[in-house]
Write a protein that binds this ligand. Structure first.
Ligand code: MG
Ligand code: ZN
Length: 416
């Protein structure tokens, strides 16, 4: 039902004459006859609720058709059951279902009658014919020429504002990832390897029929200064910090949480100094999030607080050095995708936060070995990331269950 409501909403925005074509992904080969785990295209999933590979939905005010893989006993014995054409109408609430191979024959009249057809190729280019050359995208482009309009701007705008069922799912995703981060704090000890802690996340997520929403970063000591470190194979040393950026995907929705804590359970004084700056910046940035506030406000606050903090410690000489220590943005939209769709700008200006948006807030400080800096700060990399929902009266931190105050972390780790 929710998918029908979304299709109707999209059509009401695009007008009575609009025909919308959305396609999901195909399976991707890993090697020989082994595929990567399949993930549907997010926008296709959002509008149809259908999670098989190789499908195209075409809908307009008066008609909703789906093109999908037909039942095939041999292929189903080897690779799993298919919904098939006969059951599709009652399961997916479509008016007609067809074999995907008849897409161009069956859809062309509906497509040709409309003066505005909205389409964008899915993440991987979409359905491919038997010769494995993607024919959907170029063929639709050739068929429609001028009539073809991009769908992404409209669907991104819709996906940016989460509805009640999405918020419920995102809370589940944030709670599960928070639980895994707490478990990681409890299990971490000097002498273990980064992958031992990564395995805690695998276990917590898999036990809830969930999976990682992106490759996790489990970075001990200096590895935390590599922003997209995913090797996760080094020894965890006494005295180092451990930065973990990991989130799960459950019911289609992603969480994205980062915590940084000491391998031995106690922050050293220099680690504490840097951690407090990041935490203060993060808390003040979150406090600024409310409907009507500029979406760049959290980043402005973070830059100001980190600059002030690092200059006070003598680590940063002047304002222009900030990017040496803080070289990424403060947040991104979160939803079906971990870096979810939606713009931050409207024209040349930053847009405002609206109720139902979900953003991450993830300041960090990364201090590499540098002779100009006091060695006690070398190789400290700290990021703290939460998932924040904009609400009528401000915001709600979905990932609040993952502790982040120094006292709370040290207390929890002292009881291991
Ligand atoms: Mg992250
Ligand atoms: Zn993030």
């Amino acid at each position: 039902m929710i998918h029908k409501k979304r299709r109707e909403e999209l059509l009401s925005i695009l007008g009575d004459d609009a025909v919308i074509i959305v396609s999901t992904n195909s399976e991707q080969k890993r090697n020989s006859d082994v595929n990567y785990p399949f993930r549907p295209d997010s926008s296709f999933w959002y509008l149809t609720g259908f999670i098989e590979p190789d499908a195209i939905a075409v809908f307009s005010k008066n008609n909703y058709s789906i093109f999908l893989r037909p039942k095939d006993q041999t292929k189903e014995i080897w690779n799993g059951l298919r919904l098939g054409i006969d059951l599709a109408p009652e399961t997916l609430l479509v008016d007609q279902a067809y074999d995907i191979d008849s897409f161009f024959d069956e859809s062309s009249s509906q497509i040709n009658e409309s003066s505005s057809v909205y389409f964008d190729a899915p993440t991987d280019g979409g359905w491919k014919d038997n010769s494995s050359t993607n024919k959907l995208n170029p063929a639709i482009t050739a068929l429609l020429g001028e009539k073809l309009k991009p769908l992404n701007p409209y669907i991104s705008e819709m996906r940016l504002i989460k509805d009640t069922s999405e918020i419920k799912n995102m809370q589940v995703a944030a709670d599960l990832a928070s639980k895994a981060h707490i478990q990681a704090m409890v299990k971490t000890h000097p002498g273990l390897y980064e992958y031992n802690i990564a395995a805690e996340f695998d276990s917590v997520f898999r036990n809830e029929n969930s999976q990682h929403s992106y490759p996790p970063i489990v970075a001990g000591g200096e590895n935390a200064c590599i922003l997209h470190y995913t090797e996760n194979n080094k020894l965890l040393n006494d005295g180092d910090l451990l930065l973990i950026d990991a989130g799960c995907e459950i019911l289609g929705y992603a969480s994205d949480i980062t915590r940084t804590f000491p391998v031995n359970g106690r922050f050293s004084p220099p680690q504490k100094e840097i951690y407090e700056i990041v935490l203060d910046a993060q808390k003040q940035a979150i406090a600024s999030i409310m409907p009507g506030e500029d979406v760049n406000k959290p980043h402005e606050i973070v830059c100001e607080i980190i600059t002030r903090g690092l200059m006070k410690l003598g680590i940063m000489e002047d304002v222009s050095n900030l990017r040496e220590f803080y070289m990424h943005g403060t947040g991104h939209w979160l939803g079906l995708d971990v870096h979810d769709v939606g713009t931050k700008e409207s024209g040349n200006l930053f847009r405002e936060f609206q109720v139902g948006m979900v953003t991450t807030v993830e300041p960090g400080i990364y201090i590499r070995k540098d002779d100009k800096i006091d060695p006690k700060y070398w190789n400290i990399g700290i990021r703290i990331e939460d998932d924040v929902l904009v609400t009528i009266d401000g915001n709600h931190v979905l990932s609040a269950a993952a502790i982040k105050n120094i006292d709370d972390i040290e207390l929890l780790m002292s009881h291991r």
